[in-house]
Design a protein around this ligand. Structure first.
Ligand SMILES: Cc1cc2nc3c(=O)[nH]c(=O)nc-3n(C[C@H](O)[C@H](O)[C@H](O)COP(=O)(O)O)c2cc1C
Length: 405
């Protein structure tokens, strides 16, 4: 067994059964293809490397052989490798990812020039309708060159996909490994949320007691990120309103607005035209009570401290009033499993929710968990798994519910 098999599918199975041809050209960013190809394998993919002669001067083919378990194709042979993987065959590759793509190679592809193994694979993939994605990397001066720009525009107009570089420090730097990996998962996903705008409200709230202290809670904010990531993988346009959390929001979730308190969320709802949103999921751990705030720091020497709280405005109710028709999902958290389902059903009925995800406090801050999905037609489904598994089940359940109405 090749050592690369040890890591196959260790992160997710989202790319299991997918074959990705990785075309590597002569950019210094070629060094990142070791990490990138192993990330693809961790998500289950099979990666076949193809290299231009210039790429082999930047990284040795043995490094990609080690990373992928396949000898890189540096020259075509009588085996017609380009046809085997990217021709009109019974089981062609799922994707040709040209990463990093030099100014030279993208310009050659724009004009159908074909003089390396990498460009022959491109010609063959394009003629066979295999998706071709270009991930450019070059010095900013090359990227700004009028003819390179024209060639990129020409390729875009022909329908080729790009994962754009990050323009910083005078360079058009290769997109991050995280961005390339998740764009690839999205491209090869089931697309069940294509064209759907999903608003996710997650993370925890933080309610001020005085000028320096607040009441917060132990929710990790991981469920919102799992839902945002899964919706993105399925083609959604994701908008995330995110409260307090130690978690890093993934770079591919670009439309992120932060909030601190329930009042902030209330104002965000007032200001947002919800008619452009197709689905709203509220999984935030929002405070049910708001403390009366003093405008100075409460002294540290008090013998006893009483904090008076009042019920917070209900965010589900505010959203329902503003957007009566939009599919809306709420979460119900209880410590007692016995009363959980009844309370979740009451919550669903009170706000006309499309779905309530009911869970107990034992799920807080854990990786694995167990929840009940309670649908609008009285369906109850118990699901177990990681937060990502649960997010996928929730989104599939909603997709079926929304599309069967
Ligand atoms: C160390 C080094 C780094 C380079 N980095 C880049 C780069 O990031 N982007 C680019 O377009 N060209 C870069 N080049 C220039 C290309 O290697 C050169 O244009 C070559 O002809 C590309 O051939 P290919 O597109 O067939 O790989 C670099 C060259 C060297 C020697």
């Amino acid at each position: 067994m090749h050592p690369s098999e040890e890591i196959r599918g260790t992160k997710t199975k989202l790319l299991a059964g997918k074959q990705i041809i990785l075309g590597v050209t002569g950019s210094i960013a070629a060094v990142q293809t070791i990490q990138l190809s192993r990330e693809f394998i961790r998500h289950g993919a099979d990666v076949i490397p193809v290299m231009s002669p210039a790429a082999t001067r930047i990284i040795h083919p043995d490094a990609l052989y080690f990373a992928t378990g396949h000898q890189p194709i540096c020259e075509l042979s009588g085996d017609t490798e380009h046809v085997r993987y990217c021709g009109k065959t019974k089981s062609p590759a799922d994707l040709y990812l040209l990463c990093p793509c030099t100014a030279n190679t993208l310009s050659k592809i724009a004009y159908g020039i074909d003089d390396t193994a990498v460009t022959t694979f491109a010609t063959t993939a394009l003629g066979s309708n295999i998706p071709l994605v270009l991930v450019p990397a070059m010095h900013q001066s090359m990227y700004d060159h009028v003819i390179v720009k024209q060639n990129i525009d020409l390729l875009r107009k022909k329908g080729l996909l790009f994962i754009d570089p990050n323009l910083e420090s005078n360079k058009a730097k290769l997109a991050s490994i995280e961005m390339i990996t998740h764009e690839t998962i999205r491209l090869l996903g089931n697309h069940i949320y294509d064209g759907t705008h999903v608003l996710i409200i997650g993370g925890s709230s933080c309610e001020p007691i005085d000028t320096v202290r607040c009441i917060c809670n132990t929710s990790s904010g991981k469920t919102a990120l799992a839902l945002a990531t899964t919706a993105y993988h399925q083609g959604a346009e994701v908008e995330l309103w995110y409260g307090s959390s130690q978690q890093q929001v993934p770079t591919f979730i670009k439309d992120v607005k932060r909030f601190s308190s329930v009042k902030d969320v209330e104002e965000m709802i007032q200001d947002r035209d919800l008619s452009t949103v197709d689905l709203i999921i509220v999984c935030a751990a929002l405070s049910d009570y708001l403390p009366e705030k003093t405008n100075e720091k409460i002294p540290s020497e008090k013998k006893e401290l009483n904090i008076i709280c009042h019920p917070a405005p209900n965010i589900l109710s505010l959203i329902r009033k503003k957007a009566p028709q939009v599919p809306l999902v709420g979460f119900k958290l209880e410590s007692n499993e016995k009363t959980l389902i009844k309370k979740a059903e009451d919550l669903r009925a009170r706000h006309h929710l499309t779905l309530v995800v009911a869970n107990t406090t034992s799920n807080l801050s854990t990786e694995d968990g167990s929840v009940h999905l309670i649908g609008e037609k009285g369906q109850i489904k118990k699901i177990n798994g990681t937060k990502n598994d649960i997010a996928m089940e929730i989104l599939c359940f909603l997709h079926e519910t929304i599309h069967h109405d």
